[in-house]
Design a protein around this ligand. Sequence first.
Ligand code: KIV
Length: 277
Amino acid sequence: MKEQGEKISMLTAYDYTFAVLMDHAGVDVLLVGDSLGMVFQGREDTLPVTVDEVIYHTRAVKRAVSHALLVADMPFLSYQVSPEEAVWNAGRMLKEGGADAVKLEGGVPASRVIERMVDAGIPVMGHVGLGPQSVKLLGGHKVQGKTTKAIQRLLRDALAVEAAGAFSLVVEAVPWPVAKMISERVSIPTIGIGAGPYCDGQVLVHADMLGLFTAFQPHFVRRFAYLGEESKRAFTDYCKAVKDGSFPTLDESYSLDESALREFEEIESFIEEDHCL
Ligand code: KIV
């Protein structure tokens, strides 16, 4: 797709229902991102997410996928401790979760692990720029690659990930001229998030682009729908309808056919006559 100039669309997916909609809509790549820790579990950051949790969500999304590439995110400490553990955990994403590939954060230091994974037959998507798993080290979710030194480091990171055998590269929270330069210098497709229009593809967290997550909106997010407001309205209307008795109507209930109804009325009068007690 990069060679043909066709942009790649990618979204996060954590459950079957949304994944069906995304797959049918033609989204190219579904990412079971460790962002599920914040979006699905309500945690402060992605750090507590476990391999088992990612596998659980990957299985659910897998059942929905008919054409999209399914990528499972490697959570914090699942690949940083040793290459052996990293290969084992990545392998579990494919064997137990049904993922087509894994994604992991990091540049030069991660490249050794990427090489081992690729050697083991595991397709890997890299992730450079802002790595949310390093949020404590970085002092927050901050834009990366703003100084000459940082830009040089970023390019080294991207080239190392490519050389290690990654098939694609997420570039997160990087000024667009820097992301453009990286996209031109690597032959693998770059997938941007907060990295401008010149990446080979784009990824967003689906809860952000659907307007489901409204507490905070990063500068780069475009809301393609306002499902948060619409859902809240529906929940309010539902509560009201239950409380005032307008839901459910008889049409929204199961009935009995005529003979069963007559039998039921006989049983009911039998019960009323206390024969049952
Ligand atoms: O976990 C995630 O959702 C991600 C994307 C934002 C790239 O890593």
